[in-house]
Design a protein around this ligand. Structure first.
Ligand SMILES: [Zn+2]
Length: 92
């Protein structure tokens, strides 16, 4: 794992912890920072990161807190509290 990948990993954990503590603003800052690091280093963000962050507002999504998760014909649909939807093929 590269230094950049480790930083992204750490930021994802921080974002999750902040979001769970109800501090969405701080979580958003961690998400943005991680996105920037990934971009600069041409890294693909981890799948968990992509699934649990909103593409529209960078909020770290916590199902049941600030996100709704629904299953729909073979897809998982995550709705952020900002109203944005993200659809993923259903897999585990
Ligand atoms: Zn959003």
């Amino acid at each position: 794992m590269t230094v950049a990948a480790e930083r992204i990993d750490r930021l994802e954990n921080l974002a999750r912890a902040a979001a769970k503590a109800g501090d969405e603003d701080r979580a958003r800052e961690y998400v943005r920072l991680a996105r920037r690091i990934a971009e600069r280093n041409r890294l693909t963000l981890p799948r968990t990161f992509r699934r649990f962050t909103c593409d529209e507002c960078d909020t770290y999504l916590v199902p049941g807190e600030n996100a709704r998760v629904r299953l729909q014909r073979g897809h998982v649909v995550i709705t952020c509290s900002c109203g944005a939807h993200a659809r993923y093929p259903y897999d585990t």
